[in-house]
Design a protein. Structure first.
Length: 139
């Protein structure tokens, strides 16, 4: 009796049939893109170039993030004393960056400037002893 031929690429077991790929690779206008399922308009998720400087003598955190081609109204920045989250969209690109600060920062001192695709952020460190009670020692 001849053996049945297996189709190439066809699942052979129940576990292979149950596995679904994470993303679908599609070709669109000559470019290969991965559909993430988040938004049909986003083809690429990119971590933008990021540089930072911590100046412990002045208590400042300064950073620059490059978001080429992203208009100001398409930038979303959220900040907590421990971290910041940045998202910016331009055409089919989503720039996304989440970074932790080396120490807690004072969100009220945040200074943000955005010019020609370059976001500059400056914020003061939070003094951990600002609300500490001072104890006077008695003889």
């Amino acid at each position: 009796m001849p053996k049945a031929k297996k189709k190439i690429g066809a699942p052979t077991t129940e576990s292979e049939k149950a596995v679904k790929p994470a993303g679908e690779i599609v070709e669109q206008k000559g470019k290969v893109a991965e559909k993430t399922g988040e938004s049909e308009g986003v083809w690429y998720r990119i971590r933008p170039p990021f540089s930072s400087h911590f100046d412990y003598s002045t208590g400042e955190f300064t950073c620059e993030v490059q978001l080429p081609g992203v208009p100001k109204n398409r930038v979303k920045l959220r900040i907590l004393p421990e971290l910041f989250d940045l998202k910016g969209t331009c055409e089919h690109v989503l720039y996304t960056l989440t970074e932790y600060f080396p120490v807690k920062v004072n969100v009220d001192t945040l200074d943000v400037q955005y010019n020609h695709g370059l976001l500059r952020m400056k914020v003061q460190f939070l003094d951990p002893l600002a609300k500490a009670a001072e104890i006077v020692l008695q003889d």
